[in-house]
Design a protein around this ligand. Structure first.
Ligand code: GLN
Length: 285
């Protein structure tokens, strides 16, 4: 068979079951072009592909069919307008998480030089997006995975965004033994692991770090720990904002209310699913 054209290669990948957008992004990557350069593919649909590009594209298609995230194959992901480098050491940042960033920004809109911590930062997505949007904010980011912190730190350096990184479990780096005084924040934000450990959905996510995904029998172990710890690390009026699973909004609201949080509420993601829940630490207690 003669070498395929751009158009034929894309059709072939779709016949194997790849969505058109994935096929386009992977072919652009094989061609050494930017992911937003889809107009190029249209303009060059009759170009014949070199054997090397064909081989690279075929291997990317196979990896994607094996459920590897496109971002791991291309090595980067756009999040809140920032290009993050990502790989299998960190969760693939999802557009759903932009809900959390937008909500945090609106909570902090009237607070000058707010102090904010991102717990379980992974690639650094949330912390870096907040620092980019609010250069006056003091951003800390925590992860229990040294591998993840290396990815986040490299992203911060590349994007020239000043974030203080800490290795540890949730708010432990800000407890009295580790710092002179327990530290208090205007906002604590987190996209923690929240998938139940026996959830069949985890099989599809097999390329991503399990420690960033699974959290006990009901998926709420880490959220319970964060809610408990956050109550000791918020300034009066400070916000705790959490991302969670599609069916966890009510449970997370209950955890926050029981811990003494006020103004407890949830926000939908781009698919309309209640994806984030938060509350405010009381001003007078
Ligand atoms: N949103 C991811 C999923 O269920 C899970 C991310 C997480 O656990 N923080 O596909």
């Amino acid at each position: 068979m003669s070498a395929p054209t751009v158009q034929q290669a894309l059709m072939g990948a779709q016949t194997l079951g790849l969505p058109r957008l994935d096929a386009q992004v992977l072919l652009l990557h094989a061609l050494g072009r930017e992911p937003h350069d889809r107009a190029w593919l249209l303009a060059h649909s009759d170009d014949v592909l070199d054997a090397g590009i064909q081989d690279a594209f075929a291997s990317y298609v196979q990896r994607r069919l094996n459920t590897e995230p496109v971002a791991y194959i291309t090595g980067h992901k756009e999040f809140f307008g920032l290009r993050l480098q990502v790989d299998a050491r960190v969760l693939d940042p999802r557009a759903d998480t932009e809900t959390l960033v937008e909500w945090a920004l609106s909570c902090l809109a009237d607070t000058p030089t707010p102090s904010v911590v991102d717990l379980g930062t992974g690639s650094g997505a949330i912390a870096l997006a907040l620092k980019h949007a609010r250069p006056d904010a003091q951003l800390c980011a925590v992860d229990a995975s040294a591998d993840a912190l290396a990815v986040a730190q490299a992203n911060a350096q590349r994007l020239r965004l000043a974030v203080a990184f800490h290795h540890g479990s949730w708010l432990a780096p800000f407890e009295a033994p580790n710092v002179g005084q327990p530290q208090h924040f205007d906002a604590i934000v987190s996209n923690p692991p929240y998938v139940a450990s026996d959830d069949a959905h985890l099989a599809v996510l097999k390329h991503e770090p399990l420690s960033a995904l699974a959290s006990g029998h009901d998926g709420l172990d880490d959220i319970r720990a964060i809610v408990r710890q956050a109550s000791h690390h918020l300034k009066p009026g400070g916000w705790l904002l959490l991302e969670h699973g599609f069916d966890q909004a009510h449970a997370v609201q209950t955890l926050l209310s029981n811990q003494g949080f006020e103004a407890v509420q949830s926000r939908p993601d781009i698919a309309g699913i209640l994806r984030c829940t938060g509350g405010q630490w009381p001003t007078v207690k």
